[in-house]
Ligand binder design. Structure first.
Ligand SMILES: Cc1cc2nc3c(=O)[nH]c(=O)nc-3n(C[C@H](O)[C@H](O)[C@H](O)COP(=O)(O)OP(=O)(O)OC[C@H]3O[C@@H](n4cnc5c(N)ncnc54)[C@H](O)[C@@H]3O)c2cc1C
Length: 380
C-alpha cells in the first residue's frame, strides 16, 4: 500500500530526512516536503557573508531541485497540525493527509521580545541584515561593537564567538581595530554552558588574545541609546549585533505539540507521543543533564536520518534499529579563514565528552566542504 510521508520544513533536518527516505523507499511511497521558503541556505553561510567571502545572492539553492530527486516540494505556509486526524493544514494547499509526519520546522526568532532592539540592532541570524551589518562595520572608524546573546537556548552556540572574531579580523584589515572595542554579553555564566567550564575557558582565552571581552551573566532587558541589562548595568554602544531570543514556531505551539518550550521526543528514535509523528532538529529539546542538546544542523541532520530509517523499517517490516547517538561536531571560525574543531559525545554514559582542537586553515577548508557536499546531495 502506497504511503505518504510528509515533512514540514526544508531546512537542515527536513532535507536530510527527505534524502534518506527517498534512498530507502521504493517509488510507490510519496515523500513530500513543505516549506514557505523557495530556497535553502545553510546557517553558517551568514558568517561568510559577514566576513565578505560570500554574497547572499550567490548562496541560496532553489528547493525546486528536489523534484529531480523524486521528492515532492510544496511551497506553502503550515497553519495547523492535527495529529488526531493525521492532517496538516497549509495556507494554499488546504488540508494534506499523511501516514507519517516529520516536524522539522526549526526555531523561530523573536527579536521584538527585547524592547527597543528592532531598528537599533542588527540581527546576526537574519540573512537579510548581515550584509547591512558588514557595511556598517566597514564604515565604523571608532567606538564600540556589542555582540549580545539575548536569550537561551539559541542555535549554534559558538556562532556569536565566531562572529566576534570575524568582526575583529574585518576591523583589523580596515586598520580601525585599535580604536574599536568589541564586547560580548551573555546571560550565561560561562561561554558555552553545554560544553562545560574547560572548553568555555579556552574559548574566552582565544577571545581575549584578540582583545575581545566576554561579559557573562548579562541578560539584556532593553535597548535605547544604551543597553540596559537585568543586572543593572548600562552600556554605551555604536554597533549592536544581536542573537535574538528563540522559541518553537508559533504553529507548532498552537497545534498542541509543545511541552514546556519545545517538542519532546524519544532521544533515540525521535518519535513524539503522537502516533506516527516524529520531530527533529531545533524544534525539539533533548535534555542532557541540566542543559539541552545544542541546536545545531549536525544534530538535525542525524536526527532526520534516524527518523527516516525508523519509517523505512516500519514500512518494510524490518526491525527498527537506527538510533540517534548524541554525537556531533562543528568547525569554530576564529577569523582569517581559520577554524577550530569542536567534537562532542553528549550521550556518553559517564557524562558528555567535548573536545576542542586548535584552529587551522585545514579545518576552515573542511567547513567549506561540509556545506558543499550536503547542498549537492540534497538539492543538486
Ligand atoms: C550564524 C549561524 C551559524 C551556524 N553554524 C552552524 C554550524 O557550523 N554547524 C551546525 O551544525 N549548525 C550551525 N548552525 C545551526 C543550524 O543552522 C540549525 O541548527 C539548523 O538549521 C537546524 O535545522 P532544522 O532543520 O531544525 O531547522 P531549519 O534549518 O531552521 O529549517 C526549518 C525550516 O522550516 C521552515 N518553516 C518554519 N515555519 C514554517 C511554516 N509555518 N510553514 C512553512 N515552513 C516553515 C523554515 O522556512 C525553514 O526552512 C548555524 C546557525 C546560524 C544562524
Amino acid at each position: 500500500m502506497s504511503k505518504r510521508i510528509l515533512i514540514l520544513g526544508a531546512g537542515f533536518g527536513g532535507l536530510a530526512a527527505a534524502t534518506e527516505l527517498r534512498k530507502g523507499l521504493d517509488h510507490d511511497h510519496h515523500v513530500t516536503i513543505l516549506d514557505r521558503k523557495r530556497s535553502f541556505m545553510m546557517g553558517l553561510v551568514k558568517l561568510w557573508i559577514l566576513e565578505g567571502s560570500r554574497r547572499l545572492e550567490d548562496s541560496q539553492t532553489p528547493l525546486d531541485g528536489l523534484k529531480a530527486k523524486g521528492i515532492e516540494y510544496l511551497n506553502d505556509e503550515v497553519t495547523m497540525i492535527d495529529t488526531t486526524s493525521n492532517q496538516v493544514q497549509a495556507k494554499d494547499h488546504g488540508w494534506i493527509k499523511y501516514d507519517y509526519l516529520i516536524v522539522a520546522l526549526g526555531a523561530e526568532l523573536v527579536p521584538d521580545r527585547i524592547a527597543g532592539f528592532v531598528g537599533r540592532g542588527y540581527n546576526l541570524y537574519d540573512a537579510q541584515q548581515v550584509p547591512k551589518l558588514r557595511d556598517r562595520l566597514l564604515e565604523l572608524k571608532r567606538g564600540s561593537v556589542a555582540v549580545t546573546i539575548m536569550g537561551m537556548p539559541y542555535k549554534c552556540p559558538p556562532a556569536p564567538y565566531e562572529a566576534s572574531m570575524i568582526i575583529d579580523s574585518l576591523l583589523s584589515s580596515r586598520g580601525t581595530r585599535s580604536s574599536v572595542d568589541i564586547d560580548i554579553y551573555s546571560p550565561a555564566p560561562v561561554a558555552l554552558p553545554v560544553a562545560g567550564p574547560q572548553v568555555s575557558a579556552s574559548i574566552i582565552e582565544t577571545l581575549s588574545q584578540r582583545g575581545i571581552r566576554f561579559n557573562p551573566s548579562h541578560k539584556l532587558r532593553s535597548v535605547s541609546d544604551r543597553l540596559e541589562f537585568e543586572n543593572g548595568n548600562l552600556v554605551d554602544y555604536d554597533v549592536l549585533v544581536g542573537i535574538p531570543p528563540h522559541r518553537a514556531p508559533e504553529v507548532v505551539t498552537r497545534s498542541g505539540l509543545v511541552e514546556g518550550d519545545w517538542v519532546v521526543v524519544d532521544r533515540s528514535t525521535m518519535k513524539t507521543r503522537f502516533a506516527n509523528v516524529f520531530a527533529i532538529g531545533d524544534v525539539t529539546e533533548i535534555r542532557v543533564g541540566n542543559v539541552g542538546l545544542p541546536k545545531a544542523g549536525i544534530f538535525a541532520e542525524e536526527q532526520g536520518k534516524v527518523a527516516a530509517k525508523q519509517i523505512i523499517s516500519e514500512l518494510s517490516g524490518k526491525p527498527a534499529n537506527a538510533a540517534f547517538a548524541g554525537q556531533g561536531y562543528c568547525f569554530m571560525e576564529v577569523g582569517n579563514r581559520r577554524a577550530g574543531y569542536l567534537e562532542a559525545d553528549f550521550f556518553n554514559p559517564a557524562g558528555p565528552i567535548i573536545r576542542l582542537e586548535a584552529p587551522s586553515e585545514q579545518n576552515f577548508q573542511k567547513k567549506q566542504d561540509f556545506e558543499i557536499t550536503r547542498v549537492k546531495e540534497w538539492l543538486l
